[in-house]
Design a protein around this ligand. Structure first.
Ligand code: IPE
Ligand code: IPE
Ligand code: MG
Length: 245
């Protein structure tokens, strides 16, 4: 499986899987349950996914939990999702820490409520040195907003005379994204049958392999991760070059 990333021998092996966890609402609807019931079940699937990722040798797992656009959902649903998030931060993070998993959050933090921001910061601090898996949770995250923020940061730095316009390059740009220092995803999985990015990691997915699964997120199991990784290993990642044969 090691051949599936595009790294030379000097960089440590990484395997980054990003997931758009979609289909909670439809899972609930099929059962005549409120959408929240789907989100609750979705949280169980997150646990299975993390366990599977560690077992299968994934080094970085990035989960799309809540998009910038999800704020436009009915207030009740947003409140329920924030409630679940609070519960998760209070309970699950301790477990992640015991499992040597580091957790970080990407997205527009200032849009979240103060108590959530505090818990997020505490979780990041608590787990920062952990090495079994780097788990990144995207909350209030939008790829376009992230890119615009990076551009604005660079503009300020130019204005302040810290850098010259000709020094702006892909590296200096990537260093101003939330994902600074992280490898780009090798694999993007989207569940629920939808085949779109929905504003996730627009910059980072440039050469990522996509797998779309016809499974609703609450039904996601380790076997789905396993088959997706197998699919990834069968892909010929050319990065614009030609295959070596
Ligand atoms: C994904 O499930 C979870 C979030 C976006 C928070 P959805 O809530 O989008 O479920 P569907 O797409 O309506 O089935
Ligand atoms: C993307 O799913 C966001 C998350 C999974 C958190 P959505 O359900 O919000 O995306 P669309 O609306 O179907 O594109
Ligand atoms: Mg959806």
């Amino acid at each position: 499986m090691h051949s599936m990333t595009s790294q030379d021998n000097n960089t440590p092996h990484t395997l980054h899987v990003a997931i758009i966890m979609d289909g909670n609402g439809r899972w609930a609807k099929k059962r005549f349950l409120p959408r929240t019931a789907g989100h609750k079940k979705g949280a169980d699937a997150v646990r299975r996914c993390i366990e599977g990722a560690v077992e299968l040798g994934v080094t970085h797992l990035t989960l799309f939990g809540f998009s910038s656009e999800n704020w436009k959902r009915p207030q009740d649903e947003v409140n329920d999702l924030m409630g679940l998030l609070r519960y998760y931060l209070k309970n699950e993070v301790i477990r992640l820490h015991k499992e040597n998993i580091s957790v970080r959050f990407i997205g527009e933090r200032n849009k979240l409520s103060d108590d959530i921001i505090q818990d997020i910061e505490a979780s990041e601090k608590l787990t920062a040195q952990n090495t079994a898996l780097q788990l990144t949770i995207a909350l209030s995250y939008g790829g376009r907003a992230e890119i615009v923020n990076a551009a604005r940061d660079l503009a300020y730095d130019v204005q302040a005379g810290l850098i010259a316009p000709q020094d702006i390059n892909e590296n200096s740009f990537a260093n101003r994204l939330f994902t600074k220092g992280m490898p780009d995803p090798d694999l993007l999985i989207r569940t629920s049958g939808e085949q779109r990015i929905s504003n996730f990691l627009l910059w980072q997915l440039a050469y990522t392999e996509f797998v779309f699964l016809d499974v609703l997120w609450p039904d996601f199991e380790k076997k789905h991760l396993e088959t997706s990784l197998k699919e990834l290993s069968s892909r010929d990642r050319r990065y614009g070059m030609i295959s070596d044969c």
